[in-house]
Ligand binder design. Structure first.
Ligand code: FAD
Length: 338
């Protein structure tokens, strides 16, 4: 008998990961994954999906390291299993290169990826505009495969799926005991959080099967990520830019910048172009609160605002959200007495 009703709003990589963690760990809960867009139509579907991160300013570093490592270990196990092609998760080796030596030479996640080291002078000769670099093996998680695979895992754990738009959390208060908000940029309107804002990103998918290694400029704007079926090249980081259509000026700029890093790209073929809006925030919001809705106070767990690192941190923050749901469950009888 399932006696606690949980709804997870949002079916991007954050919502689906969170829904799976809750459904698998808390079998006495009835879990519904509710969203207006599912794969292949979410922002997560178009992400390059490389595991990488920059530091958030106000979150303890130990917590950020845990988010990264938990996600890395979860996806590494998939990449090294027979599920890898269906789940779209693979190991990816390559270089991150810098025009100037960065203030922090070693990123906080250096111990979590495989074989991290500084590039040699010999290796750097290939990139004449750059003077410093990292060489390592990370993971690439292609959400257009990973999300359907994970949704399937959610259904197997007994989860329910519902497609609809909600305009306010009030619409859910009579049907659910706990609300988990993974609505990304949608949190701006859904919970009135004006701190979430879009950072527009445009990428191209290219056919260039001879490319096997990723190359990323440390400024985060230019990158080449070989994947399972094509190479993702990018990109742009345009803050507060809501445009969802392809900008051909950006296309030209991406091709020019990437070909400078990897001249053989000029022989590649553009297969598709895509734009997505990163749900950015000074820090992601992974916390719980009690929200007063008509008639009762409802526990709400938030998990959104991962910016350009949602794939990288999804499983780690989902585990934190699960822990917050557990806390809500413990507090519920007390709340009912109030
Ligand atoms: P989304 O995928 O946007 O999902 C939000 C969900 O909430 C959707 O299902 C939506 O329908 C639902 N929703 C919202 N409002 C409502 C509502 N009112 N009612 C019902 N449902 C609602 N990250 C990495 O880690 N590595 C990368 O290499 C990488 N590359 C990227 C490249 C580009 C070009 C872009 C744009 C992003 C990239 N990212 C990358 C970032 C990554 O895509 C995001 O961090 C991630 O997709 C955020 O996931 P999310 O689930 O929070 O949001």
């Amino acid at each position: 008998m399932k006696n606690v009703r949980v709804v997870v709003v949002g079916a991007g990589v954050i919502g689906v990961s969170t829904a799976v963690c809750i459904a698998e760990a808390l079998p006495f809960c009835s879990v519904t994954l509710l969203a207006d867009k599912f794969s292949p139509d979410t922002t997560s579907d178009g992400a390059a999906g490389i595991l990488f991160a920059a530091k958030f300013p106000d979150i303890p570093l130990e917590r950020q390291k845990r988010w990264f490592k938990d996600t890395f270990d979860h996806l590494l196990a998939i990449a090294q299993s027979q599920h890898s092609p269906e789940a779209g998760v693979m190991l990816s080796s390559g270089w991150q290169i810098f025009k100037e030596v960065p203030a922090e030479r070693k990123p906080f996640w250096a111990e979590s990826v495989i074989g991290f080291r500084f590039m040699t002078e010999e290796e750097l000769k290939r990139f004449p505009d750059h003077k410093f670099g990292h060489a390592f093996t990370t993971l690439k998680c292609e959400c257009s495969s990973y999300l359907p695979w994970l949704e399937n895992r959610f259904r197997k754990a007994g989860g329910h799926v519902e497609q609809r738009t909600i305009n306010s959390l009030q619409e859910l208060s009579n049907s659910y005991d706990i609300i988990v908000n993974c609505s990304g940029l949608g949190s701006r309107t859904l919970v009135g959080d004006s701190q979430v804002y879009p950072v527009r990103g445009q990428v191209l998918k290219m056919e260039a099967p001879w490319l096997q290694h990723f190359i990323r400029d440390g400024d985060g704007k230019t990158y080449i990520y070989p994947g399972m079926h094509s190479v993702t090249v990018g990109g742009t980081r345009q803050e507060e830019d809501w445009r969802l259509h392809v900008d051909e000026g950006d296309t030209d700029s991406i091709l020019k910048r990437c070909s400078r890093l990897e001249p053989s790209l000029s022989h590649g073929k553009v297969l598709s172009k895509w734009v997505g809006l990163r749900p950015s925030r000074r820090n992601p919001r992974v916390e719980k609160e009690l929200v007063q809705l008509p008639g009762r106070r409802v526990p709400v767990v938030h998990n959104y605002g991962h910016g350009g690192w949602g794939v990288t941190l999804a499983w780690g923050t989902a585990l934190d959200a699960l822990e917050l749901v557990r806390q809500c469950l413990q507090e519920m009888p007390l709340q009912a007495k109030l």
